[in-house]
Design a protein around this ligand. Structure first.
Ligand code: NAD
Length: 253
């Protein structure tokens, strides 16, 4: 068990990659706090974990709100006494080129995808600094490295996460807090399934999504959860500040 005795907070744990990672963390011995703005999803994840013999609670909250971010961390510490692992995973996408998007589109997405990482980390590191360290994994994207058509705000937010990860690794190494990020390629989650269904030509959209993926397919959420587990665990004890690409070779081009 790679997270035995550890306490983990997963944001956006009610669906997709966050759900797969919460479940995997619990299977590896962690007590897991599943935080999500959609509480039903978080509760379903907790139920699955408990059915498999694991330990978890759900917390409703929006990572873009400072009070909610603080409460996620506080409830973790109140319930389980500490916080060892934070997976900053909550995020979403808004499609459209720069001239088609509104200022509100920019502000809202940035406040969830990028400010959310800042806020939850801000409260988490305060505990980790007192308790001798921890591991933070941020969910960036291959689109933080390469460009994708009609996706400017998301690409900018994910590039920002990669940069924030490197900066935080620098500031907190002396506190034994490792900070890394994962850069998933296209992963078949409920969010992506919805986007494909909503496209004018769903089959074309599906093909476009995986066009440059060398392995020629979407990842399953579990295929992202495993590298996140590695970064979160002591197996990665000498790794900090990296962006680990789990993208089926998409970024080679
Ligand atoms: P998803 O929609 O299936 O799951 C995201 C979860 O985050 C949902 O439960 C949602 O309710 C929650 N959430 C959204 N906004 C929130 C907020 N403000 N506060 C708290 N919770 C919030 O999506 P997913 O595809 O699993 O994406 C998870 C993360 O992985 C995102 O950061 C996404 O950018 C990243 N990612 C996904 C892919 C992919 O292809 N699926 C690729 C690269 C990166």
């Amino acid at each position: 068990m790679r997270l035995r005795e550890k306490v983990a907070l997963v944001t956006g744990g009610g669906s997709g990659i966050g759900r797969a990672t919460s479940t995997l963390f619990a299977g590896e011995g962690a007590k897991v706090v599943v935080a999500d703005s959609v509480v039903d999803g978080a509760r379903e994840t907790v139920q699955t974990i408990k059915e498999n013999g694991g330990e978890a609670i759900s917390v409703q909250g929006d990572v873009s709100q400072a009070a909610d971010a603080e409460r996620m961390v506080q409830e973790t510490v109140n319930t389980y006494g500490k916080l060892d692992v934070l997976f900053n995973n909550a995020g979403y996408n808004v499609y459209g080129s720069v001239h088609e998007l509104s200022e509100q589109d920019w502000d809202k997405l940035m406040s969830v995808n990028l400010k959310g990482v800042f806020l939850v980390s801000k409260y988490a590191v305060k505990h980790m600094m007192k308790t001798g360290g921890g591991s933070i994994v941020n969910n960036a994207s291959s689109f933080g490295i390469i460009a994708y058509p009609r996706d400017p705000v998301y690409c900018a937010s994910k590039g920002g996460i990669i940069s924030l990860t490197r900066q935080m690794a620098l500031d907190y190494a002396s506190y034994n807090i490792r900070v890394n990020c994962i850069c998933p390629g296209p992963t078949l989650t409920p969010r992506i399934e919805r986007a494909i269904k909503a496209a004018p030509d769903p089959e074309e959209r599906r093909k476009q999504s995986i066009k440059n993926v060398l392995l020629g397919r979407f990842a399953k959420p579990e295929e992202i959860a495993y590298p996140v587990l590695f970064l979160a665990s002591d197996e990665a004890s000498f790794i900090t500040g990296i962006a680990l690409q789990a993208d089926g070779g998409q970024t080679i081009h």
